[in-house]
Design a protein around this ligand. Structure first.
Ligand code: PMP
Length: 394
């Protein structure tokens, strides 16, 4: 019945019927459906619930803020303490060139803002991104999406958007004094947690500085402890000019941001707010208090993430069908043979109470991105389930 209503009223994002769960409630690493069935959320609702579902610290912060105020004004017009408190804490973990944030509602919006900022900076048109990347569904972010058949459905998109091979040093010389910005994920999710070489990321950084192009990092999935560090750029030390964040930022609440230097962000200021960037709900006070609570939890979790990664990798090493494991931290992908039917695997895992999914552009891998709060016992229980389902899979 509910499924019929869902189909009747909700514009659909996909037609993956078997993946539908009729959600009843959630807590920690678990989602329950209305029949009482419990699922381990091993993809953290696609890298959102890094602190698990309804973390007590997030819930307490939300309750407290709810008693004070909700939306009061379009972003940036009134002083809202939750916004300042959050950004100040966030920036305390970021390098000196990333010290000012524009708060938005989503990852796509963060990317849009970053592209606009880059345009204001050097007034150039060319946007470089990489095959296999996903940066969002709005027209600008989509122009940088690394899959041309998808572009074709919606073209014309932004002009002068070009795609190069991810992790290919040959792409570096294509960044020229005509390039406005380069948008890159420091670990590419869509192809199956592809980790580029440090050399590749450093070479892009250096080339962008040489030619005056801005380097935009999409850390919308990789941010907030997901890869074992607070931000994935810390692994290579190549610092972007603009950092885009969202997803797990709000501990389950909608929020995103693009973060840059004071100098760059000044470009948004002018005699009319619409000449820069605007967002009605960007930095909603509820989202900001949730984000602060979530950030504080994640910072405490950072030291134990390497051990959790090792635990998952050990389980995967015991599954003969898993040919390779890529990624870092709890941002992992298990790769199978090309003909492995991951669609059916997702279905079987779901019916066994294990939520996972394949990467957007790689149907022979499975994402393993559990909440960072998952305990050893929870990881063991879930991975035993995963192992049993994969091994019994014909
Ligand atoms: N970039 C990446 C790497 C993402 O994974 C996503 C969302 N899946 C986005 C951008 C877009 O974020 P949103 O859906 O919040 O607009």
């Amino acid at each position: 019945m509910n499924k019929n209503l869902f189909r009747r009223y909700m514009a659909q994002a996909s037609d993956f019927d078997p993946f539908i769960i009729d959600v009843s409630h959630t807590e920690g690493v678990y989602v329950w459906d209305k029949s009482g069935k419990r699922y381990f959320d091993f993809i953290s609702s696609i890298c959102v619930n890094n602190v698990g579902h309804r973390h007590p610290a997030v819930m307490a912060a939300l309750h407290e803020q709810m008693e004070k105020y909700l939306h009061v004004m379009v972003y940036g017009e009134f002083i809202q303490q939750p916004q300042i408190d959050y950004v100040a804490r966030l920036c305390s973990f970021l390098p000196p060139t990333l010290q000012k944030a524009f708060l938005v509602n989503s990852g796509s919006e963060a990317i849009e803002g970053a592209i606009k900022l880059a345009r204001l900076y050097n007034k150039r048109a060319e946007i470089i991104s990489f095959r296999g990347s996903y940066h969002g569904s709005t027209m600008g972010a989509m122009s940088a999406l690394g899959d041309t058949p998808i572009h074709d459905r919606f073209s014309p998109l932004l002009p002068q958007t070009v795609l190069y091979e991810y992790n290919d040093l040959g792409a570096i010389e294509k960044i020229t004094d005509k390039t406005c910005c380069v948008i890159v994920e420091p670990i590419q999710a869509g192809t199956g947690m592809t980790v580029p070489t440090v050399e590749f990321l450093k070479a892009i950084r250096q080339r962008c500085s040489e030619v005056g192009a801005l380097l935009i990092y999409d850390e919308i999935q990789t941010g907030f402890g997901r890869t074992g560090k607070l931000f994935a750029f810390e692994h290579s030390g190549a610092v972007p000019d603009i950092l885009c964040i969202a997803k797990s930022m709000g501990g389950g609440m909608p929020i995103g941001a693009f973060v840059a230097s004071e100098e760059l962000m000044l470009l948004l200021e002018s005699d009319h707010p619409l000449k820069g960037h605007a967002s009605t709900f960007g930095g909603h006070p509820l989202s900001c208090v949730a984000a602060l609570a979530s950030l504080n939890v994640i910072v405490e979790l950072l030291p134990c993430l390497a051990q959790k990664e090792a635990r998952i990798r050990k389980w995967l090493s015991e599954i003969p069908q898993v040919r390779a494991v890529t990624g870092k931290g709890l941002f992992l992908a298990a790769h199978f043979s090309e003909d492995f039917d991951t669609n059916r695997l997702v279905e079987r895992l779901m019916s066994s109470g294990f939520i996972s999914f394949y990467p957007l552009f790689n149907h022979s891998a499975m994402c393993l991105t559990p909440p960072l709060v998952a305990t050893d016992e929870e990881i063991d229980e879930a991975m035993l389930l995963f192992k049993n389902v994969v091994q019994s899979f014909i």
